[in-house]
Write a protein that binds this ligand. Structure first.
Ligand SMILES: [Zn+2]
Length: 361
């Protein structure tokens, strides 16, 4: 009898256990279905595309090591004019690593370093070139029949020139290691823009970062650091280089109706930059193109943070290129007017801000 009771107890326990497993499984399935539904509703899972393309030509310029507040202190007439014509924020974010090659790879692939795999920042002197794990915007553009051009002031940028990806390029050579100044890089790019009108041109201006690190040959080292007068001067020279590129686009008759994005890969302080430092993490982001809101500070949009990966997606959107929904970057659609969601409070215009500085307001 005792044995029977024990067996009965075990049997009923088994039934309760089975019931629990079934109910637990049902809850898990329901939760999975709900999560799958919610992820389908997540706006980051949806990628807007433009068909036909909004532009035939795009120019992306990075000022290496350009901290936003230093850009605002500098006398930069060309960048100020682009701000008047377009939308911008001085609170865009680069990668957590906040150094040159990983951040540029995120900018040009729309993915974070743990996905694209370029987590190192070496110049790669003499070694084999390592390419990202995912396609760059140059490869995406080439796959759709567009032409591409890359001009860069550091030898490590060969990581973006996978064979077949770039039609025209000039990258500072690694041997003998030498630095090519911003005006030379811009002149090379301007020449190609005038002659060939690439659909996508990327220009990297290195001098601002080199002065930040104290490595600029033509200035005494003890005068060089992030935020020094020489650093501000280099941002102004980068602005002059951007002026050369704009002049070339105007000469080639492709300035009107093109996309232009001016941004950076990281900021810095003292003589360095890197993780866990807001002075390294924030970057300027300025966007001019057809339909883009003029003189519009995107910082007014509370829920918007522009990430460095969004530059890839925004350029793809304007050029009508496909965007893999699995990547992190998304087009910054807030650059366009939205009658249903007007900016509030209305953004100050640059003219308003300058009037405040001059006491006229
Ligand atoms: Zn850099």
């Amino acid at each position: 009898m005792e044995r029977f009771v024990i067996r009965t107890f075990k049997h009923s326990n088994l039934i309760r256990h089975s019931s629990f497993v079934i109910r637990y499984s049902l809850v898990c399935v329901c939760l999975w279905l709900i999560l799958a539904f919610l992820s389908g509703c997540d706006s980051r899972a949806e990628v807007p595309t433009s068909d036909p393309p909004l532009v035939k030509h795009a120019l992306i310029v990075t000022i290496d090591g350009c901290r936003p507040d230093i850009l605002l202190r500098a006398n930069t007439p060309n960048i100020r004019e682009l701000m008047r014509q377009g939308s911008f924020t001085f609170w865009a974010q680069t990668t957590a690593l906040a150094n040159t090659l990983p951040s540029h790879t995120s900018l040009l692939t729309g993915t974070p370093p743990e996905v694209h795999g370029i987590t190192f920042n070496d110049d790669g002197d003499g070694g084999p070139t390592i390419y990202p794990n995912v396609p760059t915007i140059f490869e995406v553009a080439k796959s759709k029949g567009l032409t591409t051009a890359v001009f860069a002031g550091k030898p490590k940028f060969t990581t973006f020139t996978r064979p077949g990806a770039v039609d025209w390029s000039f990258i500072t050579p690694s041997k003998p290691k030498q630095f090519i100044d911003d005006n030379i890089i811009a002149a090379r790019a301007a020449q190609v823009i005038r002659m060939y009108k690439p659909n996508l041109t990327f220009v990297h201006l290195a001098a601002t970062d080199i002065v930040g690190h104290g490595g600029y040959y033509w200035v005494p080292r003890d005068k060089q650091a992030w935020g020094s007068n020489e650093h501000v001067w280099c941002v102004e020279r980068a602005d002059a280089a951007i002026g050369m590129l704009i002049d070339a686009m105007k000469a080639a008759n492709i300035y009107e109706g093109s996309l232009i994005i001016i941004t950076a890969d990281h900021g810095g302080s003292g003589r360095n930059h890197g993780p866990n430092d807001p002075r390294s993490r924030f970057i300027p982001w300025i966007c001019v193109g057809p339909g883009v809101r003029e003189d519009c500070d995107l910082t007014q949009i509370r829920k918007l943070t522009v990430h460095i990966e969004d530059t890839f997606a925004t350029a793809c959107y304007f050029l009508g290129l496909p965007i893999d929904p699995k990547i992190m970057g998304r087009p910054v659609m807030q650059v366009f007017d939205d009658p249903e969601e007007p900016l509030w409070p209305p953004p100050l215009t640059l003219e308003d801000i300058l009037k405040r500085y001059t006491g006229a307001l």
